[in-house]
Design a protein around this ligand. Structure first.
Ligand SMILES: [Zn+2]
Length: 276
């Protein structure tokens, strides 16, 4: 390619394309790094919680002395890596919360997680799902359909509860490409106390009732920004009091088949949303 054609914009595009390719198809297995992170937390005296287990303490007004680490995994894709991370947690006898989408629901795994003292619950996205299905193009259109969006959520939530037999006392919102496009989070569908009470939902993982106890939350990211909000290892080393670490299995190992399928599915969704 002539250098005159390789404008800064094109270079940036090529670089981000390469990074995405590396992240999706070449990323080495980071499970050993996950193990080291948990071992470091345990060595520094952290007690490791699921969101359900720390919520029980907050609710009862008896949050134990720190340092505490809340471990949350959003299962957006990739059950194979989820199982690998779960295996590490079992070996270290560590709890955490696993939030499954409808497309990653695995009843057997969810029950096993619950029976071992961790939490398995619902990573919901009905607002985005509904907006895609009905090709809603603005916040106003979404708000006008909120009763139907909430009904869809309630039906799915009840179905998962019946299917798994799990308490699902806490749930966590998924962030979809359409949420970003419309500037509306899935979380907004749960800004309705009566809906939560009717379903038995005690906490949304982003609620202030939980986050007000955190010194900081750390989230993983796609290569090359493997941590978005600073390195949690530094937080552990300084024994930061109460922290949450949010992980997505996709960022911990390249599951080529799953990522390929997810990328194609994403492109197809976009086409249907625009053209359909
Ligand atoms: Zn998600």
């Amino acid at each position: 390619m002539p250098s005159s054609v390789a404008t800064p914009k094109l270079k940036a595009l090529l670089q981000s394309g390469w990074q995405r390719f590396y992240s999706d198809f070449l990323l080495p297995d980071r499970t050993p790094e996950f193990r080291r992170l948990l071992e470091q937390a345990l060595a520094r005296g952290y007690r490791i919680h699921s969101i359900a287990s720390i919520w029980e303490q907050i609710k009862a007004g008896r949050l134990e002395e720190g340092p505490l680490l809340v471990l949350r995994l959003d299962i957006d894709t990739d059950l194979r890596t989820t199982r690998a991370l779960w295996q590490v947690m079992r070996e270290l006898n560590v709890r955490g919360s696993f939030y499954f989408r409808l497309c990653t629901l695995d009843v057997e795994l969810m029950r096993a997680i619950h029976e071992a003292g961790s939490e398995a619950s619902y990573h919901y996205e009905e607002l985005a799902t509904y907006a895609k299905r009905h090709r809603l193009k603005s916040r106003a259109e979404v708000e006008a359909r909120m009763p139907a969006i909430r009904a869809l959520f309630a039906a799915n939530y009840r179905r998962i509860k019946a299917l798994t037999g799990l308490p699902l006392h806490t749930v966590a919102s998924h962030g979809d490409w359409l949420n970003r496009r419309l500037g509306v989070t899935n979380l907004e569908l749960l800004q309705d106390r009566s809906l939560r009470e009717a379903l038995g939902i005690e906490l949304e993982a982003y609620d202030d009732a939980l986050h007000s106890h955190y010194a900081q939350r750390y989230s993983d990211g796609a290569y090359p920004r493997l941590w978005l909000d600073g390195d949690p290892l530094a937080a552990l080393a300084s024994r930061q009091s109460v922290i949450e670490i949010l992980l997505h299995p996709r960022h911990w190992s390249a599951n080529i088949a799953v990522n390929l399928q997810d990328n194609l599915g994403r492109a197809w969704e976009e086409v249907r949303y625009r053209v359909g």
